[in-house]
Design a protein around this ligand. Structure first.
Ligand code: GLN
Length: 256
């Protein structure tokens, strides 16, 4: 049986809006193809000892991030080595910010990041909250991601990182430049809770495939699954977001 190993980083501290649902999806989509996904929880003080193929870190409040960033720092060299070796990483919101160079909270506390992503985040007074639709360009085709964001941090990308996508609805990285998330090699960061992967199963496969190719060779390809139900749910969610957006701008709507 084929096996993948995933390190779930700080699951007890970094888990907002059901971010752990992302792990459930990864495990399930592997199981449907006869692949076992072994998940290890790695929190403060634990060893990151294992030949991992994937790592996941969810979102967290500033105070949890403060606790996590100290412990994360001591893993810097090891984690960098794993990323250089092709580890596939998915990081959501607070976890995404901690993969960057630093996060300066709105209370002016400086949280050092790992610098695995060339991004920097500064907290603002007004939180950026709401539903998000993101357009992602992949090998010539376009796909949509839908999710929910709630963050004070405004993230700016440096030249080393590419945006994950562009904003159709919502704020994204900073509410100004129209970008959402970041990617660098196999490391992906995004502000999208949701949870992200249950709403966007195509993206789960997009993460699993490089991990499987690295382990089982370039010829490996994932068996397609019937995502009819999931795709219909995503389309309905996007339609609802568009509808709300449209109604907000119809003059006189509030009087009706
Ligand atoms: N504490 C961070 C912020 O507010 C991240 C929040 C989150 O993970 N939702 O920017």
């Amino acid at each position: 049986m084929k096996t993948l190993r995933l390190a779930h980083l700080y699951p007890d501290l970094m888990n907002l809006y059901g971010d752990r649902g992302n792990i459930i999806v990864l495990r399930r989509r592997c199981a449907w193809r006869g692949i076992e996904l072994v998940v290890d929880d790695v929190s403060i003080g634990d060893d990151l000892a294992g030949d991992y193929d994937l790592a996941f870190i969810g979102g967290g409040q500033d105070r949890e991030q403060l606790l996590v960033c100290r412990d994360f720092q001591r893993r810097l060299d090891q984690f960098k080595g794993m990323v250089d070796g092709g580890l596939v990483v998915l990081a959501i919101c607070g976890g995404y910010q901690l993969l960057g160079r630093r996060f300066l909270t709105y209370q002016n506390e400086e949280l050092p990041g790992l610098g695995i992503l060339d991004i920097e985040t500064v907290g603002g007074q007004k939180r950026l909250i709401g539903n998000v639709v993101v357009k992602v360009k992949l090998d010539g085709s376009e796909r949509l991601l839908v999710g929910f964001e709630n963050h004070s941090g405004r993230t700016i990308l440096g030249p080393g990182a590419r945006p994950l996508g562009t904003i159709e609805r919502g704020f994204g990285n900073n509410g100004r430049d129209g970008t959402e998330g970041a990617r660098q090699a196999n490391v992906f960061g995004t502000y999208l809770h949701g949870s992200l992967l249950p709403k966007n199963p195509w993206f789960a496969d997009y993460l699993l495939e490089p991990a499987l190719k690295r382990k089982y060779g370039d010829d490996f390809s994932l068996e397609p699954l019937d995502d009819g139900l999931e795709d219909a749910a995503r389309t309905a969610a996007i339609r609802r977001i568009e509808e709300i957006h449209r109604r907000r701008w119809v003059p006189g709507w509030f009087k009706r």
